[in-house]
Write a protein that binds this ligand. Structure first.
Ligand code: FES
Ligand SMILES: [Fe+2]
Length: 372
């Protein structure tokens, strides 16, 4: 997990009013619930009294009530009532459940993974996906760490194999480039695959700057978009459950001006199609070892893996920057620095070596973390 980030962890519609919803995320058992105004609260699913799961309890007067001895906690996690002590007894401050800062936007629940603050950075989403779009969604549990699920969606050479009969038809096995940028914690990838006619692929560093928009746009820490057209996008959130599991939420966004009935059918069809494609990925990704992706786990990279390498480099930089208490505003200069260090396409042993020292990344702009 990268500290000090907003993670999409669930769809808003999963958290129903008047109910307590247990959810395993970020390696913890959490419980989510709404107060009478619908405001969301997220806390550890652990009563500080004798350790019972609060999610087995119920909501009473805007508080969550533990099923064991009836202690109540408000939305901030503070104990408000200990029945055994009587209605007039004050509740000691130590009866407090650990809470997490959560927000709801774009139909997702976002969890702040890091220290609580006065002010938080904006949520990492796509500004152009506004109300003019409608979406249908699919959620699938993968037995893979969320980094492996993300890597898979930045992998431009797997399509003719895993998706031979769906999105990978056409035998376009050869990978030109790809052209990749990193700006504002966003990786953009212009995919340019073709059939192998015996001519070598274009080196990543020799790819001209494309005139069209990128096909894949990943926003740290866990949001991805496949820009299939101005009016048609696939968006995914890879919610971390724990070291061996992630939840993959895939949405099809479309802007069709015609009748809603047609729109509904299109949403159903594309959701079904997404399910099939996801299953093709899942079958293989769940077999990857080690479970957590990384730069130092002995795996090898080819030039076509450039988006994955960049994801892993920047992920490591963000983790290290957070540990040092600085915010890393890396941009295109990180890619340029990486390109200066490595010939991504013609390393003598036929591999690329994206294992950059952190010092190189430190050349990119750093600013101290402030409270806003
Ligand atoms: S364990 Fe929760 S009230 Fe006792
Ligand atoms: Fe795939």
């Amino acid at each position: 997990m990268i500290p000090n980030q907003w993670y999409a962890i669930a769809e808003s519609k999963e958290i129903k009013s008047g109910k307590v919803t247990p959810l395993r995320r970020i390696g913890e058992d959490l419980v989510l619930w709404r107060d009478d105004m619908g405001k969301l609260s997220c806390m550890l699913d652990l009563c500080p009294h004798r350790g019972a799961a609060l999610s087995r309890g119920k909501l009473v007067d805007g508080c969550i009530e533990c099923p064991f001895h009836g202690f109540r906690y408000d939305a901030e996690g503070q104990g408000t009532f200990i029945p055994a002590n009587g209605v007039n007894a004050e509740v000691p401050k130590v009866f407090r459940v650990q809470t997490y800062t959560v927000r709801e936007e774009h139909g997702f629940v976002w969890l702040w993974y890091g220290e609580k603050r006065e002010n938080y950075p904006p949520l990492p989403f796509y500004d152009d996906l506004n109300d003019s779009f409608v979406y249908g969604s699919v959620a699938v549990h993968w037995k893979s760490h969320y980094t492996r699920s993300i890597e898979n969606q930045l992998d431009v050479s797997h399509l003719p194999f895993i998706h031979k009969n769906t999105i990978g038809r056409g035998n376009r096995t050869l990978v030109n480039g790809p052209y990749v940028t990193l700006e504002n914690d966003t990786i953009s990838v212009w995919v340019d695959n073709r059939t192998d006619d015996g001519t070598p692929p274009t080196k990543p560093t020799k790819m001209p700057m494309p005139a069209r928009p990128p096909l894949l746009i990943f926003k740290f820490p866990n949001i991805w978009q496949n820009r299939l057209g101005d009016d048609f996008r696939i968006v995914a959130a890879f919610a971390p459950i724990d070291d061996e599991n992630s939840m993959v939420y895939v949405r099809t966004y479309q802007r069709v001006k015609r009748a809603t009935r047609l729109r509904w059918w299109m949403a159903q069809l594309t959701s079904q199609f997404n399910r099939v494609v996801l299953r093709e990925d899942q079958r293989v990704v769940e077999t990857q070892r080690p479970k957590i992706a990384g730069l130092d786990i002995g795996e090898r990279f080819i030039p076509g893996d450039r988006p994955i390498a960049l994801f892993l480099i920047h992920r490591r930089a963000l983790i290290q920057a957070a540990e040092k208490g600085i915010s890393l505003s890396a941009g295109q200069e990180v890619v340029a620095a990486a390109d200066a260090q490595i010939d991504w396409s013609v390393a003598e042993d036929g591999e690329i070596h994206p294992n950059l020292p952190y010092d190189l990344l430190r050349r990119s702009r750093q600013t101290p973390i402030s409270n806003n």
